[in-house]
Design a protein around this ligand. Structure first.
Ligand SMILES: [Zn+2]
Ligand SMILES: [Zn+2]
Length: 421
């Protein structure tokens, strides 16, 4: 990697490169980068590198080229301490954000007002980027367990399981049905011995996330949660050899009165309650208000998971565009998901159809919520309001509105105060 450069001392060719980056001409940039006159980590007057410019402008191909040519992903000579990852988050481009993370971008570096890349992305409403950053987990930390340590004869994790397990760790959809489906997709995981090894490794990773110098409670909770789902898979596999069908059905089965998946809610609540590091702020949020799933998702995405028509009713995947052809009120991401849900949805489907018919064909196609849903919606709204208030307090505490926080280097970093109860 090239030696650090002085701010603002750009050669004429380097100034030209910044223009080419802005225009997005990757071929021209590639050509220019072969010249001795162009340093890949040169700094403009604000201390921005070409990579930061490309990330901020949302040019993915250009970012790829610059990284390939040795751009320093963690350079932080910027006047307000911004990194390339922060610019990627601000741009709202998830592919560029992932690219920076894969290239080794540090997630806990802070800018001059003590904000991480995820916090900055959240402030400007780029929640998809927040999700990508908060869910990133280096593969090397899983691979660590595939080699025998100390006096071990065999590693804690067989190398063949590292890939499938890492894939589950990186999921941004925490719906338990989705995680069970990810397990089922990997035949190597549908095995009592394999699941036992995997959940033990997840527990170790959970402990690490809490005990590492920059303790990451949210990630620790995710590791713990995945461990709980894997343990549940293990119990069902021991009981019956049905490739986890019974577990999926239990998680989906709706309450007779309103279709609310009680078992799933209880399962997630139990997972959060069993979190071994009790200082968790997540536990305090889990009063009687929102669903446990929404608390968990909120922590990882920086926003509420709205019960929305866009989400698959089975696995929680976003962008679900297939509707139940009878009631036209429930959406799914795939035919598989619809088939999995039918055994319990069929109890509600007719009632919804009758309701729709009653409303008449001229009436707007809104589903009248039943009492249970209405309660849930009220609870969710209350919880959201409380969160907004809390966010406003945080902003007030560091003195300013979110926009100012992003721009001005004033207040020192405010760490959330520790738990002293
Ligand atoms: Zn689905
Ligand atoms: Zn239906």
């Amino acid at each position: 990697m090239a030696a650090p450069t002085q701010k603002g001392q750009l050669t004429a060719s380097e100034r030209k490169l910044l223009q080419v980056i802005e225009a997005g001409d990757v071929q021209e940039a590639a050509q220019m980068l072969t010249s001795d006159d162009v340093r890949v980590n040169c700094l403009d007057e604000c201390g921005m590198t070409p990579l930061m410019h490309a990330a901020y402008k949302g040019k993915a191909d250009m970012c790829g080229l610059l990284l390939q040519r040795g751009a320093d992903v963690n350079c932080n000579q910027h006047e307000y301490g911004y990194t390339a990852l922060m610019f990627a988050g601000l741009s709202g481009k998830t592919d560029i954000t992932s690219m920076m993370l894969d290239a080794g971008a540090e997630t806990d570096l802070v800018n001059s007002v003590g904000r991480t890349a995820a916090q900055m992305a959240a402030f400007v409403g780029q929640h998809d980027c927040v999700t990508v950053i908060n869910n990133f987990f280096p593969r090397a930390r899983v691979d660590y367990y595939t080699r025998p340590r100390g006096t071990e004869r065999e590693p804690k994790l067989p190398p063949a399981l590292a890939g499938p397990l890492h894939e589950i760790i990186m999921t941004t959809n925490l719906n338990p049905v989705k995680i069970v489906m990810l397990v089922r997709e990997n035949p190597a995981l549908v095995d009592v011995g394999a699941l036992e090894k995997c959940y033990r490794v997840m527990d170790l990773l959970c402990e690490q996330c809490v005990k590492q110098p920059d303790s990451n409670e949210v990630l620790a909770m995710k590791m713990h949660y995945i461990s709980c789902v894997l343990q549940k898979c293990l119990i069902f596999l021991q009981k019956r050899d049905d490739k986890l069908d019974a577990l999926v059905k239990s998680l989906l089965r709706g309450r007779d009165s309103d279709g609310f998946p009680q078992y799933q809610e209880k399962f997630i609540r139990d997972c959060i309650r069993k979190f071994p590091y009790c200082e968790s702020t997540l536990l305090q949020q889990l009063g009687n208000d929102p669903t446990a799933y929404s608390v968990l998702t909120q922590a990882l995405t920086g926003q509420m998971a709205f019960v929305d028509a866009d989400y698959c009713a089975t696995c929680g995947e976003r962008g679900a565009d297939k509707r139940c052809s009878l009631c036209k009120s429930v959406t799914y991401c795939s035919l598989t998901c619809q088939q999995l849900h039918w055994f319990t949805h069929k109890k509600m489907c007719r009632a919804i159809q009758e309701q729709n018919a009653h409303l008449g064909s001229d009436a707007p196609r809104m589903k009248e919520p039943n009492d249970g849903e209405r309660d849930l919606a009220t609870e969710t709204a209350n919880f959201l309001q409380e969160l907004c208030l809390r966010a406003e307090e945080t902003v007030a505490a560091v003195g300013g509105c979110p926009a100012e926080l992003l721009a001005c280097p004033s207040a020192p970093s405010h760490k959330p105060s520790g738990s002293q109860q």
